[in-house]
Design a protein around this ligand. Structure first.
Ligand code: HEM
Length: 419
C-alpha cells in the first residue's frame, strides 16, 4: 500500500498544471516511481468519491478491459455522483445534443455501447480504410501543392488540420464550405475541455456545434446523399436501432474525434521527428518504416493524455490500493506508454521499435474506432511530407514553438517550417 499524500492542484507533481508544459513527461516518470495508482485532489470527473491517477501499463490495461468494474457511465453509481453535472446550468436544458450531453458510444457501456458502435463499425474497418488511401493521398498532395512554391508553411494550419478534417467530412458528407467553421468549434471545445469543468466559452461552442449538426441532419433528411450521415439517418428512421438523441451525439462524436486527435499527432509527430534528426534521417532513407514510425510517435507523445474518467462500480483493489465504489480513476495513457517495466529505453524515440504495444488508442471496448483511419492518414501524411519536402526544418528557434496545454491533450498552435 502506498503511503504518500494525494497530489493537489498546486503540487509540483500535478501533471495537469498549466506550467507543466513539455515537462509533463518527467512528472509522469516521478509519479510512476511513486506508484501505479496515486490519489489526487485535482477536480476531475463528477464524483463525490476519491480520485486516482493510474500511471502504469498493467493497471491502466486492467481498468480499461474491465468496464463492469470501471464504467464510463457515471449514472450507474447513483448517489455517489451528482445527478446533474456540476457544471451544467439551467440554460443548458435547452442545449442541443452533442456527444457531451447525449448518449454516444463513448459515454455508455454494454449493451448500448455494442449496439451504437456496431452501427458504424463497418465504415471503419481496416480494409475499407485502405480503400480510402487514394483520396487521402489526393488531399495530402493538394495541400502541399498550395505551399510547395513558397518554400515555407505552417504545418498545423496548412497540413495537419486540413488533412484529417477533409477526410472525415468527406466520409460524413459535411459540405466543404462549412468545414472551416466546424474546425473552429471543435478546436475551441478540445482546448477548453476539462473533466467535469466546462467554461462558458466551451458551452457556447458545444451549443453552436450541436445546433449546426441538427440543421445538417435536417438538410440530409430532405436530400439524402451517399455519405455516412445519410446512412445513419436511414437507420434512425427504420425505428428501433438509433434514437434522435443518439444520432446527433454520434455525428458530433465522429466529427470531433475524427479529426482533432489526428491533426494533433500529425503536427506533434513532425516536431518530434525534427527534434530527433537521426530518426528523421533513418525514416527518409527508408520510407517503409513509416507505419512503425507512426506507432512510435503515438507511443512517445500521442495526442490523448488520458482516456475519459472511469467510475468504480464496486469496492476493489487496484495496484495495491483500496478503491471504493464511486471513486473515479483516470488512466494516464501518456504515462503508461513510457512505462519502463514494459518498454525498453522507454524515454527514447525509436521509429524501428520491434515490439510496441502502446495504449495511445486506448484499450478494451472503447478503444479507438477510428484507429484504422488514423493509421492510413498518418502513413500517407508522413510519407508524402518527407518525400516532397525532404529538407524540412524548423523556421523558428525550438523554444519559440507554441503549445496549447489542455487537461486531456497538448497541441501545437503553429509549427512554422521551411523546406
Ligand atoms: C475513442 C485516441 C483518431 C473516433 C478513442 C480513445 C482514444 C482515442 C484514446 C478511447 C477513449 C476512452 O477510452 O475513453 C485516438 C487517437 C487518434 C484517434 C490517438 C489519432 C491519432 C480517431 C479517428 C476517429 C476516432 C480518426 C474517427 C471517427 C473515435 C471514437 C471513439 C474513440 C468514435 C469512441 C469509441 C468507443 O467508445 O467505443 N480514440 N483517436 N478516433 N475514437 Fe479515437
Amino acid at each position: 500500500m502506498n503511503t504518500f499524500n494525494s497530489i493537489t492542484a498546486t503540487s509540483r507533481l500535478n501533471p495537469f498544471r498549466s506550467d507543466a508544459g513539455e515537462g509533463q513527461f518527467s512528472i509522469f516518470a516521478e509519479l510512476r516511481a511513486m506508484g501505479a495508482v496515486i490519489p489526487i485532489t485535482v477536480p476531475m470527473g463528477n464524483t463525490k468519491g476519491q480520485q486516482w491517477m493510474i500511471t502504469r501499463m498493467e493497471e491502466v490495461t486492467e481498468v480499461l478491459k474491465n468496464p463492469r468494474l470501471f464504467t464510463v457511465d457515471q449514472s450507474l453509481i447513483e448517489g455517489l455522483t451528482p445527478s446533474v453535472p456540476e457544471t451544467t446550468t439551467k440554460a443548458d436544458s435547452s442545449a442541443p445534443t452533442t456527444f457531451f450531453s447525449g448518449k454516444s458510444m463513448i459515454s455508455v457501456d454494454e449493451p448500448d455501447h455494442r449496439r451504437l458502435r456496431r452501427l458504424v463499425s463497418k465504415a471503419f474497418t481496416p480494409r475499407y480504410m485502405e480503400s480510402l488511401r487514394p483520396s487521402v493521398q489526393q488531399i495530402a498532395d493538394e495541400l502541399l501543392d498550395k505551399v510547395q512554391e513558397q518554400g515555407h508553411m505552417d504545418i498545423v494550419k496548412d497540413y495537419a488540420h486540413p488533412l484529417p478534417i477533409n477526410v472525415i467530412c468527406d466520409m460524413l458528407g459535411v459540405p466543404v464550405e462549412e468545414r472551416a467553421q466546424v474546425h473552429v468549434w471543435s478546436t475551441a471545445i478540445s482546448h477548453g475541455l476539462g473533466l467535469g469543468v466546462r467554461e462558458p466559452e466551451v458551452e457556447a461552442n458545444l451549443r453552436a456545434f450541436g445546433d449546426y449538426t441538427a440543421q445538417l441532419v435536417e438538410t440530409k433528411r430532405k436530400r439524402p446523399a451517399d455519405d455516412l450521415i445519410s446512412q445513419l439517418i436511414a437507420i434512425e428512421e427504420e425505428g428501433d436501432h438509433l434514437s434522435e438523441d443518439e444520432l446527433l451525439s454520434m455525428i458530433t462524436l465522429l466529427i470531433f474525434a475524427g479529426h482533432e486527435t489526428t491533426s494533433n499527432l500529425l503536427a506533434t509527430g513532425t516536431l518530434m521527428l525534427l527534434d530527433y534528426p537521426e530518426q528523421l534521417n533513418k525514416l527518409k532513407a527508408d520510407p517503409e518504416l513509416t507505419s512503425s514510425a507512426f506507432e512510435e510517435l503515438l507511443r512517445f507523445n500521442g495526442p490523448a493524455t488520458m482516456t475519459g474518467p472511469r467510475y468504480a462500480t464496486e469496492d476493489t483493489i487496484l495496484g495495491g490500493q483500496q478503491i471504493s465504489k464511486g471513486d473515479v480513476v483516470i488512466p494516464l495513457l501518456k504515462s503508461a506508454n513510457r512505462d519502463e517495466l514494459l518498454f525498453e529505453h522507454s524515454e527514447k524515440l525509436d521509429i524501428d521499435r520491434a515490439v510496441n504495444r502502446h495504449l495511445a488508442f486506448g484499450h478494451g471496448i472503447h478503444s479507438c474506432l477510428g484507429a484504422p483511419l488514423a493509421r492510413v492518414e498518418g502513413d500517407v501524411a508522413f510519407r508524402t511530407l518527407l518525400r516532397r519536402m525532404p529538407n524540412l526544418q524548423l523556421a523558428v528557434p525550438r523554444e519559440e514553438v507554441n503549445w496549447h496545454f489542455a487537461l486531456s491533450s497538448q497541441s501545437l498552435v503553429t509549427l512554422p517550417v521551411t523546406f
